[in-house]
Ligand binder design. Structure first.
Ligand SMILES: [Zn+2]
Length: 73
């Protein structure tokens, strides 16, 4: 087995992400913080990651939402 299971990873299932969870891009380390929203995509503060539009991608590197993983506090 070469694959690593990361307990906090997004795994493509939005139901696993809490509304307050911050997520980090695995490519460029950009952090999406729901408390701040996203100026690039004009996402208002208070928007959970699971509520981002389907076309949302990383503002820094254009990675899809599947490329993000939950940050464990
Ligand atoms: Zn990125």
């Amino acid at each position: 087995m070469t694959g690593e299971f990361i307990p906090g990873s997004y795994g493509g299932d939005p139901a696993r992400i809490s509304d307050a969870a911050r997520l980090e891009c695995k490519i460029c380390w950009h952090v999406y913080d729901p408390a701040r929203g996203d100026d690039y995509w004009q996402i208002p503060p208070g928007t959970p990651f699971s509520q981002l539009p389907d076309h949302w991608t990383c503002p820094e590197c254009d990675a899809s939402k599947n490329g993000f993983m939950v940050i464990e506090d």
